[in-house]
Design a protein around this ligand. Structure first.
Ligand SMILES: Cc1ncc(COP(=O)(O)O)c(C=O)c1O
Length: 342
């Protein structure tokens, strides 16, 4: 078989043997009635991790984001978010379709939002412009290259927006935790709602969690039902999620180390991209290059799969399926590299 190193996404990870065992043995019930003990345990564990009253298990990160928007903002409201955040650019317009909100997007090239940009949108309410229902941030920020927030910046943002709700898309929250040493509850404290995915670097097959105050999670359960996201004997899935939270967080450091090695290789192979390998702090290598698509195509021909997240932006993601040997293999694929031109 020809060798292949798959760096398209950390969503490609497979459930571990311990997860499959836990899934087989999980006590289950009807979660629509709140009677699945394994789901209840997972929700309680996550709520505790992020220091919120309550949490809710959902099938996907997109659904968690969408439910958050529906409980935080009213149709017609503005949602302030970074231009390249997942819920702006990668959810197929779901925010408009599901929550009826419109975006006021601000620059997020470095992964974080600038206070003055956010406040400018809020101030414009006084000039006959739409009400800002909520602000959303992403930690780590995927498009920017897995950039974690500094918790002090999040706290400043919280203070600046006053009573307005703040949603934290923490699809890779635990990568941010491992990279910064900031706890999940410290990251979550400034946020009104926080979501995290179990099915990315943590290797669970399915599932994300949304946490908030108890009254907000009561409302979130109604929105989950409206979206068709209420599951039944979902403890089978939640069992893998518990293993993910309990045993898979610390090992993310290995993914970050591999990404750092790859970042240095890509920066050296494509100096014209201006990519700074030190900007790689977690498990995502992402850089701009006019020939990004050709680079991805040519590397795939050499057995290294990556992707583009915009026509001129290439992305390579590390995960548990990437070994030291695989990193060496990428080094080989990058040597004497000349992207094909079309
Ligand atoms: C930052 C971010 N938010 C949300 C999601 C959505 O997660 P899911 O694929 O589970 O719907 C992703 C998925 O890649 C993501 O990267």
């Amino acid at each position: 078989m020809t060798r292949r190193v798959d760096l398209r996404s950390d969503t490609l990870t497979q459930p571990t043997a311990a997860m499959r065992e836990a899934m087989a043995a999980a006590p289950v019930g009807d979660d629509g009635y709140g009677e699945d003990p394994t789901v209840n345990a997972l929700e309680a564990r996550f709520a505790q991790f992020v220091g919120k009253d309550a949490a809710m298990f959902v099938p996907s990160g997109v659904m968690a984001n969408q439910i958050a928007l529906r409980i935080l903002a009213a149709p017609g409201d503005l949602l302030v978010a970074g231009r390249t955040q997942h819920l702006v650019g990668f959810e197929m317009g779901a925010a408009a379709r599901n929550a009826g909100v419109q975006f006021a997007t601000v620059d997020d090239r470095r992964g974080t939002l600038t206070l003055s940009d956010v406040l400018e949108v809020i101030d414009a309410e006084d000039d006959h412009q739409p009400h800002v229902g909520a602000v959303a941030v992403e930690n780590t920020h995927m498009f920017a290259g897995g950039v974690p927030w500094d918790v002090e910046d999040l706290r400043r943002l919280r203070a600046a927006i006053g009573e307005r709700p703040l949603h934290l898309d923490g699809a890779r929250l635990f990568n941010a935790v491992v990279a910064t040493g900031t706890s999940a509850s410290d990251f979550a404290e400034p946020a009104t709602t926080v979501m995290a995915c179990l099915s990315k670097g943590l290797c669970a097959p399915v599932g994300s969690l949304l946490a908030a105050s108890a009254p907000l999670i009561d409302r979130a359960r109604i929105e989950r039902k409206r979206l068709g996201g209420t599951m039944r004997q979902a403890g089978i899935l939640a069992a893998a999620g518990l293993v993910a939270l309990d045993t898979m967080v610390d090992r993310l450091q290995e993914d970050h180390d591999h990404a750092q090695q790859l970042a240095e290789m890509f920066a050296a192979a494509f100096p014209e991209s201006g990519y700074d390998p030190d900007s790689c702090r977690t498990n995502i290598v992402a850089f701009n290059h006019p020939q990004a698509r050709q680079i991805v195509e040519e590397l795939a021909n050499r057995g290294v799969e990556g992707s583009t997240v915009a026509p001129t932006r290439a992305r390579f993601v590390t995960h548990v399926g990437v070994s030291d040997d695989d990193v060496d293999f990428v080094a080989g694929a990058l040597s004497h590299f000349v992207p094909v031109t079309h």
